[in-house]
Design a binder for this molecule. Structure first.
Ligand code: PLP
Length: 365
């Protein structure tokens, strides 16, 4: 016998495909799909084939292991690894037709050695650090490469790449500064295209969007234009099952440490979702569940497996019903605000204990 978990996560793959099309229509270049971290927690094995069916032919993962997972699911599409290549991995890349983003001199050396071993030219993206001090060639490393082209023997740089640190703040001066640095870098590699924009970058002026955009979050419904109307379709719904309902008199404390006390006769719904499911403890006394669109305030501490909501006065609510914890009334961005984080962290933290329901799944190509 097997039992389904009590709470349910619904992932609308048709919405993800629609979001990809909307982002792709924003520019004339190519639009990749970033499916790292299991497609931001939503299931790369479902998301990648859906994006392929929508027309996406370029995929980015963070890790090589993630690229190996999606490689058989995306036909002849290009699969690229943002974290690049570590010693011992070159042959795994080439034997599975996976392309690294090269971000350092040692990585360039590994890829050039593999090209030499195979006796053919190998494609790669070349990342420059233009401001984040995280990944990418430093100015110093860049000059070493500019002045010693033999380092790149056997490597075909298809794109130069960098990552914007403030793309969601259009007026931030770092955007233009980073653009100028990557444009100067690109001039050293005639023939190489540019890959610059993440989700928010696609909402910057056109020079930022070419030639290969790399949206992730926006595909999954996160607002790439904070403070403005979200142009994307929501993707995720989370319904938490009510496994207990009780009436409590005024003065009664709820949950660990009694951080909430009833001021009136109250009805408390206990829902089978907690911080082990990615419903953050920081949401304590800060969020809402919804029943048929009626808000029910989260009361008391979020615990590992349970969260309590004040459902006083909500008609027709019964044991076994569910509260909407994410959905049309409360988006991942809303929940993020309540937990003092971002929508990315809300999605990638979604746990493994949900009944996962996919809308619009397609078979692998
Ligand atoms: C994660 C990532 C992206 C996608 O960013 P979003 O903000 O989710 O669109 C693009 N480029 C790089 C280098 C990344 O690490």
């Amino acid at each position: 016998m097997s039992f389904a978990p009590p709470s349910r996560l619904t992932i609308d793959l048709d919405a993800i495909a629609a979001n990809w099309r909307l982002l792709d229509a924003r520019h004339t270049g190519q639009t990749a799909g970033v499916v790292k971290a299991n497609a931001y927690g939503l299931g790369a094995a479902y998301v990648a084939p859906k994006l392929f069916a929508a027309g996406c032919r370029n995929f980015f993962t963070a890790h090589l292991s993630e690229a190996l997972t999606i490689r058989p699911l995306v036909g002849d599409a290009t699969v690229m690894v943002l974290h690049g290549i570590l010693p011992g991995e070159a042959e795994i890349f080439t034997s599975h037709d996976i392309i690294p983003v090269l971000s350092s001199l040692p990585e360039i050396a590994l890829w050039a050695a593999e090209a030499k071993r195979l006796g053919r030219t190998l494609p790669a993206l070349l990342q420059a650090d233009t401001g984040m001090s995280r990944l990418g060639l430093s100015a110093e490393e860049s000059h070493i490469v500019f002045n010693n082209r033999a380092l790149l023997d056997g490597i075909n740089i298809t794109h130069v790449m960098t990552h914007l640190m403030n793309a969601e703040i259009p007026e931030h001066p770092s955007n233009e500064a980073q653009y100028q640095r990557i444009a100067a870098f690109q001039r050293q590699f005639p023939g190489a295209k540019l890959s610059l924009a993440n989700s928010s970058g696609l909402f910057l002026p056109p020079k930022f969007t070419s030639d290969l955009a790399r949206p992730g979050a926006a595909l999954y419904g996160i607002n790439p234009t904070p403070g403005r109307l979200n142009p994307l379709t929501p993707v995720v719904q989370l319904h938490g099952r009510i496994i207990a309902l009780r009436e409590i008199p005024p003065g009664t404390e709820v949950g660990y440490n009694g951080v909430w006390t009833a001021r009136r006769p109250s009805r408390i719904a206990t829902v089978a979702v907690g911080y082990a499911d990615g419903y953050f403890r920081a949401l304590t006394n800060q969020a809402f569940g919804y029943f048929d669109g009626t808000p029910a305030p989260l009361v008391g501490r979020v615990s590992m497996d349970l969260t309590t909501f004040d459902v006083t006065g909500i008609a027709n609510l019964n044991l076994g019903d569910s509260l909407e914890l994410l959905g049309p009334h409360g988006t991942p961005d809303d929940l993020a605000r309540a937990a003092n984080t971002n929508g990315y962290e809300i999605l990638t933290a979604l746990g493994a204990r949900y009944q996962r329901h996919y809308i619009g799944a397609v078979p692998r190509p």
